[in-house]
Ligand binder design. Sequence first.
Ligand SMILES: *Cc1c(COP(=O)(O)O)cnc(C)c1O
Length: 249
Amino acid sequence: MKEDILHNLEIINNRIKKACEKAGRNYHEVKLLLATKTVSAERIKIALESGQILIAENKVQELKEKYEDLKDIPHENHFIGHLQTNKIKDILKYDVSCIQSLDRLELAEKLHQKLLAENRTIEVLIQVNTSNEESKFGVDPDKAIELIKKVSEFSTLKIKGLMTIGLFSAETEQVRSFFKILKNLQQKIIQENIPNVEMNELSMGMSGDLETAIEEGSTIVRVGTAIFGERIYPDNYYWDEGKIENKGI
Ligand SMILES: *Cc1c(COP(=O)(O)O)cnc(C)c1O
């Protein structure tokens, strides 16, 4: 188990290095984030003890369950799942430094109120639905700037960039087109020069498409399966949850 994880990490780091070389980018510009949904604290520990520092959960419940076991090992926690407003109070208890999945004004408003009351700030990425699939979360690309302008007025939310899931496809060029949408959007936002908005981070690329994402400018690749193995739940269990609940199913 330990050997597998360490071996897989080595493979991923080599893939990142190669992709950076191919794209003429510095290897240190790309952070590896471990997507740890369904992975036990024990196995996450193996990765952290080998020198990894950035991990992320999709569900507040899992964050909570693993928190005690991981809190003494230095690391950084991001959140990459759909965040329901009734979970805001909980997520703020578990040292999450960045919420990568901020995708709507209502969530921003409620986060801001709670953060103000606690006298603290948090980093956020704006999640964009580049592939325009009904089943995925994220703001539409053409509504992103409007959302960012509004979120930028909340002093407790520090916008650092954009995140997208993209599309599961074997078609590299199709996948690439969605990463390009995120990159173009980033450039547009930079030109808008919005106060309190930084646009340095582009979180895109997963186990299957990280090379393409790095070629298109990714600064954070989020990798789960290629390090920890296949998950038993289908991904839409994580990505569609809120929508299913909203429909009352
Ligand atoms: C699970 C997940 C990943 C990692 O996907 P893999 O294909 O397992 O590498 C990345 N981003 C998000 C938002 C995820 O939920």
